[in-house]
Design a protein around this ligand. Structure first.
Ligand code: NAD
Length: 296
């Protein structure tokens, strides 16, 4: 069997088009321009790249992009004061604090100081609780992107056996909640899971979010299963730097029914979902109907 490749790059393009359509309706019909503020503390090179591409894509879909680049030594009080100003700014509908933060800043405190209605990363404890209890929330972008691709491929996920490998707060746990919300039977596997291969072999849907290059081989995959590879790992191969996922693409694609590639799978969906969350936040803030198909 040879798997269908789920083209996250193309799908993310469609999501961004949808977002752009909603943005122009908000502008033309209501005089509202959704605004996203991104806060970067320090000069971590990877974070700088992410922030640049987030800003570029925000502008491309017609939204307002505001970047706050703060010195690595910024105090917690100054950062919290900036977030308080953004919380109070009616032109800003989404606030994202780029993680990781420098060690002297308390990440939980900072994230929980964001107005939950503007928390487009979905990391605020209120949004975590709302998602966990099946209520309307801001959903973390990477798992939301995975869910959109799964729904697009399968239609209904009801009754499917899903295994999420990884239990992080930003990917694994919210992914499991979303799959449960779509009536999958969900198993969360992690570093202490016994017989991981056997657990994964039961799954109709495998979501790998581990951070270990090509850890999942094809013989762990049930024939015909859908494999969503969240991992982004940089490795050296044949003298070149290469990006690979958490699954061994060649052997898994030979067994799976569908699979996301790395790069070009989950990655592009993450920023598309950030834009989707921002337009959703702008609609909610103004008491307008939410865009369909852009939330969980
Ligand atoms: P994390 O380090 O916070 O969590 C990794 C999880 O993997 C942990 O819960 C751990 O229990 C589990 N794990 C570790 N070793 C394991 C093993 N041998 N067997 C089973 N489980 C094991 O990582 P994260 O932030 O959730 O990210 C996971 C991966 O996803 C990373 O490669 C990261 O770069 C990538 N990522 C991609 C995107 C994207 O946009 N595509 C977004 C976020 C994270």
């Amino acid at each position: 069997m040879s798997a269908t490749i789920i083209d996250g790059k193309a799908f993310a393009g469609k999501v961004r088009e949808k977002v752009a359509g909603h943005v122009s309706r908000l502008k033309d019909g209501h005089g509202i321009t959704p605004g996203l503020a991104v806060v970067l503390v320090g000069e971590d090179p990877a974070s700088q790249v992410y922030v640049r591409s987030k800003g570029k894509m925000t502008v491309e879909v017609g939204m307002k992009s505001v970047e706050h680049k703060l010195d690595v030594e910024t105090s917690e009080a100054d950062l919290l004061a900036l977030i308080a100003r953004l919380n109070a700014d009616p032109d800003i509908h989404g606030i994202l604090v780029q993680l990781p933060l420098p060690k002297h800043l308390n990440e939980d405190l900072v994230i929980n100081s964001i107005d939950p209605a503007k928390d487009v990363d979905g990391f605020h404890i209120s949004n975590v609780g709302l998602l966990g209890t099946g209520q309307k929330s801001m959903v973390p972008c990477t798992p939301l992107g995975c869910l959109m691709m799964l729904r697009d491929h399968h239609g209904s996920l009801s009754g499917m056996d899903a295994v999420v490998i990884g239990r992080s707060n930003i990917v694994g746990k919210p992914m499991a909640q979303l799959l449960l919300g779509d009536s999958c039977t969900v198993t969360i596997a992690h570093s202490r899971t016994k017989d991981l291969a056997d657990v994964v072999r039961r799954a109709d849907i495998v979501v790998a979010a581990v951070g270990r290059p090509e850890m999942v081989p094809g013989d762990w995959i049930k024939p015909g299963a859908t494999v969503i590879d969240v991992g982004i790992n940089r490795i050296e191969r044949d003298g070149k730097t290469k990006l690979v996922g958490d699954v061994d693409f060649a052997s898994c694609a030979a067994v799976a029914g569908a699979i996301t590639p790395v790069p070009g799978g989950v990655g592009p969906m993450t920023i598309a979902c950030l834009l989707a969350n921002t337009v959703t936040a702008a609609c909610r803030a103004n008491g307008l109907a939410e865009p369909e198909g852009l939330t969980a």
